[in-house]
Ligand binder design. Structure first.
Ligand SMILES: NC(=O)c1ccc[n+]([C@@H]2O[C@H](COP(=O)([O-])OP(=O)(O)OC[C@H]3O[C@@H](n4cnc5c(N)ncnc54)[C@H](OP(=O)(O)O)[C@@H]3O)[C@@H](O)[C@H]2O)c1
Length: 280
């Protein structure tokens, strides 16, 4: 039986599941197999990027899947080296060719790269690509409020979604509040902090044991109750299923606050502060 994941409607009307599937490092035949397993378990929102070099893998998984294309929501991302308007528009077309898809459901600017400082052009290209029907909904990743304000000021249009680093060691409270005030959905990348240290944390282990759940389920339930769309990656079918089996228990307000207390100001995994960090 396929798991039903609750949905959320973005500010442009697109409805997407509240948990998606990360594909970073899922490549080739093994990647296709892993993504197909995830779809069979009930994942519908699949996250790739031009720079993961696996848009082809994701596209092949979509074609091999018995789930119709229109029931799947495929996200890809524009790399920093193609922020110039013309390059961005052709890169989105190339991105579609790589996946052999007619359209992406979501397309995001991967990093703002504020020193390069042409993310507004990239945003204008996403607006145009949406107008041409290449993309259904447009968003960003790793944009700080100052970058989002600038998009609004220059184009009048805010992203539907901002995909940001978010896990128990870095809960992004202020950024999430800003999103909420501007009807932007928060999506959590590395929601399990790539398992670094979180799985051994005594507080999370205690909560897992109290609820008779795994640490991963406690963390993903916490994202869900924060109203953040987590996109955990797993190549392992049993873990894929475990990660979406979180809709039949609840964390209390006190338990949510206990997890929130694990967050640190410098809790980013690799110090990738979008105010200064750039990726191409
Ligand atoms: N926009 C951005 O800048 C950005 C940056 C980073 C990531 N992302 C996206 O976010 C997605 C998720 O982040 P991520 O891949 O970095 O890290 P993650 O999802 O936090 O962690 C993935 C790791 O957790 C393991 N894992 C998953 N479920 C588990 C479970 N139930 N029990 C034990 N281990 C488990 C996986 O192992 P196995 O695979 O071996 O099962 C894998 O090693 C990426 O795949 C990518 O799509 C976006």
């Amino acid at each position: 039986m396929v798991n039903q994941i609750p949905n959320v409607t973005l500010h442009d009307g697109l409805t997407i599941p509240k948990i998606g599937f990360g594909t970073y490092r899922l490549n080739g035949n093994e990647g296709v197999q892993a993504i197909n397993n995830a779809i069979d378990h009930g994942y519908r929102l699949i996250d790739t990027a031009y720079n993961y070099e696996n848009e082809g893998t994701v596209g092949e998984a979509v074609r091999r899947s018995s789930t119709p294309r229109e029931q799947l929501l495929i996200t890809s991302k524009l790399p920093g080296r193609y922020h110039h308007y013309d390059k961005a528009v052709t890169t989105i077309q190339e991105s579609l060719y790589r996946a052999n898809l007619d359209y992406y459901d979501l397309y995001l600017i991967h990093w703002p790269n504020p020193i390069q400082d042409i993310y507004v052009e990239a945003w204008q290209a996403l607006i145009e690509a949406k107008r041409r029907g290449y993309i259904r909904s447009i968003g960003v990743c790793n944009f700080l409020p100052e970058h989002l304000e600038r998009l609004k000021q220059k184009t009048g249009e805010l992203p539907t979604i901002n995909q940001i680093e978010l896990h128990p060691f870095f809960n992004q409270e202020a950024q999430r509040k800003w999103h909420q005030e501007h009807q932007i959905a928060t999506e959590s990348w590395s929601p399990l902090a790539r398992t670094n240290d979180v799985f051994d944390h005594p507080v999370l282990q205690k909560l897992a044991s109290n609820h008779n759940r795994t640490v991963s389920q406690i963390i993903l339930r916490w994202h869900y109750q924060l109203d953040a769309i987590a996109i955990p990656k797993s190549a392992t079918p049993s873990r894929q299923l475990e990660n979406i089996s979180i809709f039949d228990f609840e964390l209390s307000n006190e338990e949510m606050s206990i997890i929130n207390q694990l967050s640190k100001v410098d809790g980013r995994m690799k110090d990738q502060d979008p105010a200064v960090y750039e990726e191409f």
